[in-house]
Design a protein around this ligand. Structure first.
Ligand SMILES: CC(C)(COP(=O)(O)OP(=O)(O)OC[C@H]1O[C@@H](n2cnc3c(N)ncnc32)[C@H](O)[C@@H]1OP(=O)(O)O)[C@@H](O)C(=O)NCCC(=O)NCCS
Length: 242
C-alpha cells in the first residue's frame, strides 16, 4: 500500500504559509487519501520531543493551554506512559514526525458521569497544516478509543482554536464554550469486529509504510557515505599524483 508521490504526507507543502488550507484542488484531493498513522513507543521519545520543541510559542499555547517552555516539553515527553496511553503520528518521507497525537485514557473530567473516557491532544507542523492530518489523527483516535471500550472522547481547546474545534464539531462532538476555553465531548459507538479489523489493518499498513521509509532513508545515507568516500579517495589520489 505505497502512496503515489502526490499522496505522500509531505507532497505539495507550502512552507511558511499563513493559510493552512490546500491551495489547489489536486492538493485538496490528497486530504482524502490514505495517510499512514503509526503508533509510537518509548524509542520515539527523541522524535516526539523534536516535533513538540519545533512548535512556536503560539502553537505550544494552543496545544497545552499554556506556552510550554522547552523544559516543560522535555518533562512531558519523559513522562509519556506508552503502556497506559496511546501516542501516534504521521511521518513524512524523511521520517520527520509532521503530526503527533496523544490519547490519554481515564484522566478526563466527568469520567463517572460519561463512562470510560479518553482525552485527545494533537499538533501538526505548520508546513503540513490544512491537509487533513489533524482530522485523520482524530479519526484514528476515535477508532482506537472505541476499541479500548472508551465511551466518550474529550478535547480541551482554547475557544480561539477554530481548526481544533472544527475537527471536533465535524466528528459530531458537543462543544461547550466557557469564555476563552472550550470543552468538546464526543460520544463513541461501541467497538465491533469491523472496528477491530480496521485498526489491525491500518496499523499493519502504517508499520509497512514506516519500514519502507526507514529502508529508503538508510539506503540514502549509505549512498551519501559511498559518494563521500569516493570523493575523498579521488582527492587523495589527485594529491598523491601531484
Ligand atoms: C489544530 C491542528 C492540529 C489542526 O491540524 P490540521 O492538520 O491543519 O487540520 P485539518 O487540515 O485536519 O483541518 C481540520 C478542519 O479545520 C479547518 N481548518 C484548518 N485550519 C484552519 C484555520 N486556520 N481556520 C479555520 N479553519 C481551519 C479545515 O478546513 C478542516 O475543516 P473542514 O474539513 O471542514 O474543511 C493544527 O492547527 C495545530 O497543530 N495547531 C497547534 C496545536 C493545537 O492547536 N492543538 C489542538 C489542541 S489539543
Amino acid at each position: 500500500m505505497t502512496l503515489r508521490d502526490d499522496q505522500q504526507p509531505d507532497a505539495g507543502l507550502r512552507g511558511g504559509s499563513q493559510d493552512p488550507r490546500p491551495a489547489d484542488p489536486a492538493k485538496a484531493a490528497t486530504r482524502w487519501a490514505w495517510v499512514p498513522t503509526r503508533s509510537l513507543g518509548p524509542r520515539h521519545r527523541d522524535r516526539i520531543a523534536a516535533h513538540l520543541l519545533g512548535l512556536d510559542e503560539q502553537d505550544r499555547y494552543l496545544r497545552f493551554g499554556y506556552a510550554a517552555t522547552d523544559a516543560q516539553i522535555a518533562k512531558y515527553v519523559d513522562l509519556l506512559d506508552f503502556d497506559h496511553d496511546e501516542v501516534f503520528g504521521i511521518f513524512n518521507r524523511r521520517l520527520e514526525l509532521i503530526a503527533l497525537a496523544h490519547l490519554a485514557f481515564g484522566s478526563s473530567p466527568g469520567e463517572n458521569a460519561r463512562g470510560a473516557m479518553a482525552e485527545f491532544g494533537v499538533s501538526v507542523v505548520r508546513k503540513a497544516r490544512g491537509r487533513g492530518f489533524g482530522a485523520r489523527l482524530f479519526e484514528h483516535a476515535v477508532l482506537h478509543a472505541r476499541n479500548r471500550g472508551v465511551q466518550t472522547l474529550f478535547i480541551h481547546a482554547l475557544s480561539e482554536n477554530t481548526a481544533m474545534l472544527k475537527i471536533a464539531r465535524n466528528a459530531g462532538a458537543t462543544v461547550e464554550r466557557d469564555g476563552p476555553e472550550s470543552e468538546a465531548w464526543l460520544r463513541l459507538p461501541p467497538d465491533t469486529f469491523a472496528s477491530h479489523m480496521e485498526q489491525l489493518m491500518g496499523d499493519q499498513a502504517a508499520e509497512f509504510d514506516y519500514q519502507l521509509k526507514l529502508h529508503a532513508s538508510n539506503m540514502s545515507r549509505i549512498l551519501d557515505t559511498i559518494s563521500e568516500v569516493k570523493a575523498n579517495l579521488s582527492k587523495a589520489s589527485h594529491i598523491a599524483g601531484e
